[in-house]
Design a protein around this ligand. Sequence first.
Ligand SMILES: [Zn+2]
Length: 430
Amino acid sequence: MPRSTRTVDLLLLGASEVVTLDGGTGPKAGVEAMNDLGVLPQAGVAVHRGKIVEVGPSLELARKYRAWRRILCRGRTILPGLVDAHTHPVFAHMREQEFALRCRGATYEEIFAAGGGIHASAAHLRDTPLDVLAAGVRKRLDRMLLHGTTTAEAKSGYGLSTKAEIKSLKALARGGREHPVTVVPTFLGAHAVPPEYKDRRGAYVREVIDEMIPRVAREKLAVFCDVFVEEGAFTAEEGLRILKAGLRHGLRPKVHADEFRDGGGAKLAASVGAISAEHLGGTGPEGIRAMAKAGVIPVLLPATCLFLSLKRPDARGMIEAGCAVALATDFNPGSSPTENLHLVAALGCTDLGMTPEEVITAITRNAAAAAGVESTRGRIAVGRPADLLVIDAPSYLSIPYRLGTNLTHLVVAGGKVVVERGRRCGVKRS
Ligand SMILES: [Zn+2]
């Protein structure tokens, strides 16, 4: 009897593994769930009209579907498109000169105190037109895509004035418009106290609360409100006021917490019901328990720890306490100038003591949850947008093992092939 076949737009067949990350709801929390990747051997994915229509054994898919385009993935691995849950892509310049100074002995805090660091970025950003900033964002999103990242949470925070923060978020929106990478915008006006407010920091906090947040919400420029709680930045009390103001305007809280020492940032995140707390190198057992209890997702940034020689966060303690740990690049010009999540995954294993399975969960499904897009991103499942990464290796193990090598072979975003043989394709460049 003739078999009925259906025609789909795209059929990926013959992969050594399809790493689905499927099953259950919400992020994967704790040891058992984070180590369960839902791997299908000798499998494929059928895609139609931008969505995943079937995932399963390759032979079955080949019998069942005809396709406008069939791609053989023999010896390769299919994963969900990667999700970068913490990036700062809106800035005017990289800061390689500062890096050179640091290599000669200056510390990050010395550079910061001397008016370098974030303040240098803020001064440059204020002088840079919106379209130039947007072009910079686009270039950085392109590079993320070449590394297999199809969704990125992206923060403002190098403007540090109402005008420049609004400009930053508009540059993010413009840079991300019609780009294959899905951008989730976060307002981070409370990234640092700008130098002109040095002696009247309360006035800056009021500007964030009374001017920036209402305007960001009114113009729908962000989904999240973030605050940098740290000695030299904002206190936990200021952070709480800012995050509550964000909540009143419909912005969900996130916290840059305990990067250098335990300043109560993780506990603040738990008390305010933040979706995530990020950095966490200084977070102790109490903060970890609070996050686990409140379901706050720890977003760990091991590339930053490596670049600044910071204390590593207690990833094992967090996973064993039942947290759903995510990993991200923290891409920014000062403390983590890399868009490469493959490197971050490797560091998750070598520096944070995570297993290969845990780091894969942390850059897909748990990262999607931290970015608030768990219902549509971070796993390969029927009915979801087809955001897929095909790596040029027969197992997901190669991602952490190859220590930052970009193994990206093919990227599908929204059902379209956008990277092929490691190169951008299918785009008209202006
Ligand atoms: Zn950050």
